[in-house]
Design a protein around this ligand. Structure first.
Ligand code: GLU
Length: 505
C-alpha cells in the first residue's frame, strides 16, 4: 500500500460498548498495525440528547481490556486533536459556511410541525419520506423574513436531483446510488451542532484518515458523505464496510441473543485474548479453517481481501470453547491471578471474606495449588466458585439436596458406606505422608479389604470430602485440602450418615 495508513474508530458515547462496535475498533487496529500506520479514537458526541454519562470511559475500558491501544485520541492526545467532536464545533461551522457560500447547502426554516405534516402526507401517498426542498429556492426577502421570525434554522445539503454517485468499497466492491433517492439532509442543527454526516467528513479529512473502515449499517450514509467531500473539494478516503454481526437466527445481533456489551464478557470471565481471537473471526479469516491464532499472526496476515461480505454469526458456544482453549494454554499461576478476583467476589458473597486469597501468602499458595486441578475443566473464570467452593467452605452440602444418604453409592447399603467412611478415616488420620499417590495406594488396599470396588469406595470418599459426585482427581484434591479438613469431613460424614434414616440405594 503506497499511502500512509491512518484509520479511526469513531464511537458515539450513547451506551455500553457494543460487541459489533468494538469489532470495528479491532479491525481498524489490526489494519493499522499490519500496515505500520496509526489507529485513532475519535469520540462522536455531537448528538447531545443521546449522550450517556460514563459511556466514554466504558468504551476506553473495553479497548484497554482487549489490548487495543490507540496512537491518538482521548488520553493519548495527538497532532490532529481535539478528539472529541463537541470540541471541534468551529471546524464544522467553517465547513458549513463554505457549503453555504458555494451553493451546496442552504438554510431551512421549516418548523417541526410542518416537517411532521409533510412526513404524514408522504406516508399517506406511499411516497418516499424525505425533505421536499421547500426552503431550497427561497428569495432573499423570504429568507430574511423567516429568519427574523424563527431564528437561523438548520442547514441542509443541496443534493443533485439526478445522476448517480458511487464508490469502490474495499470490501464490497463497487457500490452506486441514485441521487434522486436521497433528500436534502441536515448537516447543521439549529443548536449549532453538526449532524454526524458533516462532522464525520470534516474530521476524517482533517485527521488525514486514509481508510474509513466501519460497519455495514453506515453504507447507506456513504453517498451523502461522498457528496460532502466533493462539495468541499476534499480528497476522498478509501471506504470499507464490515459485515454485520448476526445472532444464530441470522437476525442482527441484539440483547435477545445474549450479552452485547464487551464489558459483560469481561465480567463473566472471558479472557481478553480469547475474546479478541473470537472477534477477529467475526468477518475475517486467515484461511477458512484456522481458528485459534496469536495476535501477532493476525496482525501479520490481516488483509481486507479476506474480510467477508456476508454477515458473521456470533456463536456463544464457540466463544466459550475458545475461552476454554485459552484457559488450558495459560500458565496456571497467571490463571490463578486472573481468577482470583472472581474467587474473592464469591467468597465475599458467601461471607467467607476472611479467606480472601489476595495478599495473604497462605491463601495465595493454597489457590495456586487448587487452580491446576480445575484448569482443564473450566471454560469461564466465573465458574471458579462452582468448581472450588468446597476448598473454602467450613461446612459442605452433599449434592443434590444435602441428604447424607447421597454418600451411599450404587450397589451399597448404609452399613457398607459407614464402614467405608470409618476405614478411610483411620487410614487418612494415620497416613505417614499426606500425598496423593501413597494415599491412593493405601486406600485402594482398604477398599479391597472391605470388599468394595474402588468406584464405590472412592465415591463415598468423594462425596464425604467435597459434597460432589464429580470433581478433579480425588487424591490430588484430598492432598490440597489437607489432612485436617479431610479428616474432619470424613468424620462428619460418618456422623451424619449414622444419624440419617433410610438404607440401601
Ligand atoms: N459514530 C458512528 C458510530 O457510532 C461512527 C460511524 C463511522 O464510523 O463513520 O458508529
Amino acid at each position: 500500500m503506497s499511502e500512509h495508513v491512518r484509520v479511526r474508530y469513531a464511537p458515539s458515547p450513547t451506551g455500553e460498548p457494543h460487541i459489533g462496535n468494538i469489532r470495528t475498533a479491532l479491525f481498524n487496529w489490526l489494519f493499522a498495525r499490519h500496515h505500520g500506520g496509526e489507529f485513532l479514537v475519535r469520540i462522536e458526541d455531537t448528538d447531545q440528547d443521546r449522550l450517556v454519562p460514563g459511556a466514554v470511559d466504558a468504551i476506553l475500558e473495553g479497548l484497554r481490556w482487549l489490548e487495543i491501544d490507540w496512537d491518538e485520541g482521548p488520553e493519548a492526545g495527538g497532532p490532529y486533536g481535539p478528539y472529541f467532536q463537541s470540541e471541534r464545533l468551529e471546524l464544522y461551522q467553517q465547513a458549513a459556511e463554505i457549503l453555504l457560500g458555494n451553493g451546496s447547502a442552504y438554510r431551512c426554516y421549516c418548523s417541526r410541525e410542518r416537517l411532521e405534516q409533510m412526513r404524514k402526507d408522504q406516508i399517506g401517498r406511499n411516497a418516499a419520506p424525505g425533505y421536499d426542498g421547500r426552503c431550497r429556492s427561497l428569495t432573499a426577502e423570504e429568507r430574511s423574513d423567516l429568519e427574523a421570525g424563527g431564528g437561523p434554522g438548520v442547514i441542509r445539503f443541496a443534493m443533485p436531483g439526478s445522476g448517480v454517485i458511487g464508490v469502490q468499497d474495499e470490501i464490497r466492491g463497487y457500490v452506486e446510488w441514485q441521487n434522486d433517492l436521497l433528500d436534502d439532509f441536515v448537516i447543521m442543527k439549529s443548536d449549532g451542532f453538526p449532524t454526524y454526516h458533516l462532522a464525520v467528513v470534516v474530521d476524517d479529512y482533517e485527521m488525514k484518515i486514509s481508510h474509513v473502515l466501519r460497519a455495514e449499517e453506515w453504507l447507506p450514509s456513504t453517498p451523502r458523505h461522498l457528496h460532502i467531500y466533493d462539495a468541499l473539494g476534499y480528497q476522498q478516503p478509501k471506504f470499507g464496510h464490515l459485515p454485520m454481526i448476526l445472532g444464530p437466527d441470522r437476525e442482527k445481533l441484539s440483547k435477545r441473543h445474549g450479552a452485547t456489551s464487551i464489558l459483560e464478557y469481561k465480567d463473566t470471565g472471558y479472557l481478553p485474548q480469547a475474546m479478541a481471537n473470537f472477534m477477529v473471526l467475526l468477518g475475517w479469516s486467515l484461511d477458512d479453517k484456522t481458528e485459534v491464532m496469536s495476535r501477532q499472526t493476525v496482525v501479520d496476515n490481516f488483509d481486507l481481501r479476506r474480510v467477508s461480505r456476508s454477515g458473521a454469526i456470533f456463536d456463544q458456544e464457540k466463544l466459550a470453547w475458545m475461552n476454554g482453549v485459552y484457559i488450558r494454554e495459560m500458565d496456571s499461576k497467571d490463571l490463578a491471578n486472573l481468577a482470583a478476583p472472581f474467587l474473592a467476589k464469591a467468597l465475599e458473597n458467601h461471607d467467607l471474606g476472611e479467606k480472601l486469597p489476595d495478599g495473604q501468602d497462605y491463601w495465595q499458595d493454597y489457590w495456586f495449588k487448587i487452580v491446576p486441578l480445575i484448569q482443564e475443566r473450566i471454560k469461564l473464570l466465573s465458574e471458579v466458585w462452582d468448581r472450588t467452593g468446597y476448598f473454602f467452605q467450613d461446612e459442605i452440602d452433599y449434592e443434590p439436596d444435602n441428604d447424607p444418604t447421597a454418600l451411599i453409592q450404587k450397589g451399597m447399603d448404609k452399613d457398607s458406606a459407614l464402614t467405608a467412611l470409618s476405614k478411610s478415616l483411620d487410614c487418612l488420620a494415620s497416613a505417614p505422608v499426606f500425598q496423593n499417590q501413597p494415599l491412593e495406594e493405601s486406600l485402594r488396599e482398604v477398599a479391597h479389604d472391605v470388599g468394595l470396588t474402588p468406584r464405590q469406595f472412592f465415591g463415598v470418599l468423594r462425596t464425604a470430602v467435597t459434597g460432589r459426585n464429580a470433581t478433579p482427581p480425588l487424591f490430588e484434591t484430598i492432598e490440597v485440602l489437607g489432612r485436617e479438613l479431610v479428616v474432619r469431613r470424613v468424620a462428619k460424614a460418618g456422623e451424619r450418615l449414622s444419624a440419617a434414616g433410610g438404607n440401601a440405594q
